[in-house]
Design a protein around this ligand. Structure first.
Ligand code: NAP
Ligand code: GLV
Length: 313
């Protein structure tokens, strides 16, 4: 079988070496502009249209990330970009869930124990003992209860805070207060103190972190966006920080990445910025997962992680 690989900012030799180890009989090559030789599978991140244009017979395209918004956006704008019969397959956890749980726990603990405020106090050399937040009222709401959101919600339970989750379809997760569908959105938001976003970016979820949403949370709530930049209406967050409805935010993803130098989120005293690192694609785990799926497809078996184009994730 022939496999093409495309990822601009990575150690290509390590990826190709690892894939060769897992798939010794495959012919693997780095795709470069002008390469039109047929391939059975493509393993890509943000590939140019040209890669797909000459590959009508691809059986599957493996996306080197959990989110498929970038590739689906190209397909939405220019239908027919992806080969007609190819499955689009995303990464499922592959080491990302643990990273996401760590990031979410860190944010919740930091806000619960007011470390963000103590950091500001230290900068002013002020010795101030702040009253503790009431743990039982420090409700965390996780938007998205999929592969990552589900693990984050469960992982937060050991902090002893109430945890809620929101998804499209109804779920049952021990210890988590679950809400599903647009009809239950406001009930989910009511009195949430920390809102963590782990939704996929789709036409339905774009801009979901907006003034209306913030207004339904507990007064002085915290926002953590680890999904995609376009989920957040930046101006609404800034206004809600000014009004005090939102106390602080931690943002890992942005409309434009890297975040432009003159963007006000860089310097807002109550906004913490990280450069899209909350859960990185781990090479070894991803290679093992993708190779196992290629072998399963070759045997005619079903695999997980197939993207539903209509749902958008
Ligand atoms: P997933 O398994 O597909 O889970 C998505 C969850 O969102 C599901 O629970 C789904 O509901 C829910 N959902 C989707 N549309 C909805 C809607 N309109 N209303 C309510 N709920 C909705 O995805 P995942 O693997 O957990 O990843 C989530 C996202 O995290 C990715 O799409 C990506 O953008 C982001 N991400 C970010 C980083 C980073 O480093 N910052 C790393 C990895 C991933 P159902 O369960 O009912 O389908
Ligand atoms: C990273 O953002 C991913 O979607 O895996």
């Amino acid at each position: 079988m022939n496999i093409i690989f495309y990822e601009q900012n990575t150690n290509v030799d390590a990826w190709l070496g690892g894939l060769k180890r897992e798939l010794p009989d495959a012919d693997l090559r780095l795709w470069q502009p002008g390469d039109t030789a047929p391939a059975d599978y493509a393993i890509v991140w943000k590939a140019p249209r040209e890669l797909f244009a000459n590959q009508p017979d691809l059986k599957a395209v493996f996306n080197l990330g959990a989110g498929v918004d970038a590739i689906l956006d190209v397909e939405r704008k220019e239908p027919g970009t992806l080969p007609p019969n190819a499955l689009l397959v995303r990464l499922e956890d592959s080491g990302m869930a643990q990273q996401m749980v760590e990031y979410a726990k860190y944010c919740v603990l930091r806000y619960l124990r007011r470390f963000d405020e103590y950091e500001a106090e230290q900068r002013e050399k002020r010795w101030t003992r702040l009253p503790q937040h009431t743990r039982s009222a420090f409700t965390v709401g996780v938007l998205g209860l999929g592969v990552l959101g589900g693990e984050v919600a469960k992982g937060l339970l050991d902090l002893g805070v109430p945890v809620r989750g929101y998804s499209r379809s109804a779920k049952s997760i021990e210890g988590i207060d679950v809400y599903a569908g647009a009809d239950q959105f406001d009930a989910f938001l009511h009195d949430v103190k920390v809102l963590i976003n782990l939704l996929p970016h789709t036409p339905d979820t774009e801009g979901i972190l907006n003034a209306r949403t913030f207004g339904k949370l507990a007064h002085g709530a915290y926002v953590v966006n680890v999904a995609r930049g376009p989920h957040l209406v930046d101006a609404d967050l800034l206004a809600s920080l000014d009004s005090g409805q939102i106390s602080a935010a931690t943002l890992d993803v942005f409309h434009t990445e890297p975040l432009p130098q003159d963007h006000p989120l860089w310097t807002h005293p109550r906004v913490s910025v990280t450069p899209h690192i909350s859960a990185e694609t781990l090479r070894e785990e991803s290679i093992v997962q993708i190779a196992a799926k290629i072998k399963a497809l070759a045997r005619g078996e079903r695999i997980g992680g197939i993207v539903d184009f209509a749902r958008g994730y």
